[in-house]
Design a binder for this molecule. Structure first.
Ligand code: GLA
Length: 394
């Protein structure tokens, strides 16, 4: 069920009979730089027009109530003790944020909140970051706290680590909160400095192909990859005391100690080290308008993710291999954590419709699954819903 801001607003009015404040919080794409964020590397994400909306107001009594339109479920929050719950799962994303408000001494008044949106779940577009960041922003606005954006980002990331159990990097929350219309964010995940690169794709556009699968490995394997990277750093540190993360490692350093790495640690580290270098080159390609070179790097990233980092799956590999054969496609790769979700494709606009219908047909034949496709637009990060947008939709 795809919800618009006005749907969430009217649902709020139906249930609580008051006028809410409305916040939008976008999902994200990532052009290149996968699994580099938690290695202090670079990423190139952007916020997109798949969003979650929050309607929030003060409550008429001392209760705080959150209602999910998607699940048609309500939950009463204990503001004094927002600890994680077994059911419903969706509320933990928000309870983690509330816990952070408490920890950081940000006062929250009792509230009513309704949320819902149109970020596809499990598609690797960070619906969870959109939820955490949107809720944090809504609480900040409603309580007039004016919390700095970077603080919202780190509180949301904390919620994901401790209330959801995924030791994610900072990319998703950063992209959701800091997105800029028509621009990619080139983010240095070590210093957290960023610049906006104009996303001038001339006759090309971004198409996401959604495998509609999400293999259950995703969370546990994600945390395992992170540990493998850390063990690579621990191994190199005695030889190179300046090495604090894989950001500080060169392919030569890795090669020299190759035999000392246990199991798959060498190949995991090799992928990350190569990818960190690749993003820096890719950002220059984008600045110079060399989309062809950029697209080639997307294919290389996919190969690394699939063969060295081993976070792809047969459905994603299939979609990338088929996209590679298409003359309208400059680049294609799996996007996000992996084990399902979407591929991101750079496709010539006039060929995008035929690309989508061919990919759908091939995917259906190979896996008997209906692939979904999204032609996304790059938008501004988490913010209030402008009045025009509401008038437009109602
Ligand atoms: C998930 C995480 C991010 C990032 C990507 C992989 O989306 O939340 O922090 O690590 O995977 O690039």
């Amino acid at each position: 069920m795809d919800l618009r801001p006005s749907d969430v607003q009217s649902r709020f009015k139906e249930i609580f009979n008051r006028e809410p404040l409305l916040i939008r919080s976008p999902g994200r794409i990532n052009l290149i730089g996968e699994h580099t964020d938690y290695n202090d590397g670079f990423v190139m994400p952007a916020a997109v027009d798949k969003e979650i909306y929050f309607a929030i107001s003060g409550s008429s009594d001392e209760r705080s109530v959150i209602y999910s339109v998607k699940y048609n479920e309500r939950f009463e929050v204990d503001l004094e003790n927002p600890k994680p719950v077994d059911h419903p799962k969706w509320v933990n994303f928000l309870l983690g944020v509330l816990f952070q408000f408490k920890e950081n001494g940000y006062p929250v008044k009792p509230f009513y909140c309704v949320f819902g949106g149109n970020v596809p779940l499990g598609a690797g577009m960070s619906s969870s970051a959109a939820m955490e960041c949107g809720f944090a922003f809504a609480l900040s606005e409603y309580n007039l706290l004016n919390i700095p954006r970077l603080k919202i980002i780190t509180m949301a990331q904390w919620a994901e680590h401790h209330y959801v159990g995924v030791k994610c990097g900072i990319m998703d929350q950063f992209a959701s909160v800091m997105g800029k219309e028509g621009h990619a964010i080139v983010l240095d995940c070590r210093s957290l400095t960023h610049r906006y690169a104009p996303l001038d794709l001339s006759e090309y556009g971004i198409v996401l192909c959604d495998t509609k699968v999400k293999h259950s490995l995703v969370d546990s394997e994600y945390n395992t990859r992170r540990k493998e990277c850390e063990s690579g750093v621990r191994l190199l540190h005695p030889f190179y005391p300046q090495v604090k993360s894989l950001r500080d490692v060169s392919p030569e350093m890795l090669g020299k100690h190759r035999r000392e790495f246990p199991g798959k640690v060498y190949q995991r580290c090799l992928y990350v080290v190569q990818e960190i270098l690749r993003v820096q080159e890719a950002s220059r390609d984008l600045d110079q308008g060399n989309l062809k070179a950029f697209g080639q790097k997307m294919f290389q990233t996919h190969d690394g993710l699939s063969q060295l980092y081993e976070v792809s799956c047969k459905e994603l590999d299939f979609l990338v291999a088929e996209a590679k054969k298409d003359q309208g496609v400059l680049g294609s790769r799996m996007m996000g954590g992996g084990f399902g979700g979407c591929t991101i494709n750079l496709v010539r606009n006039d060929l995008a419709d035929s690309f989508i219908s061919e990919m759908r047909a091939k995917y259906l034949e190979a896996f008997s699954i209906e692939m979904a496709a999204y032609r996304v637009k790059v938008v501004q990060g988490t913010s209030r819903v402008p009045d025009e947008e509401l008038t437009f939709w109602t």
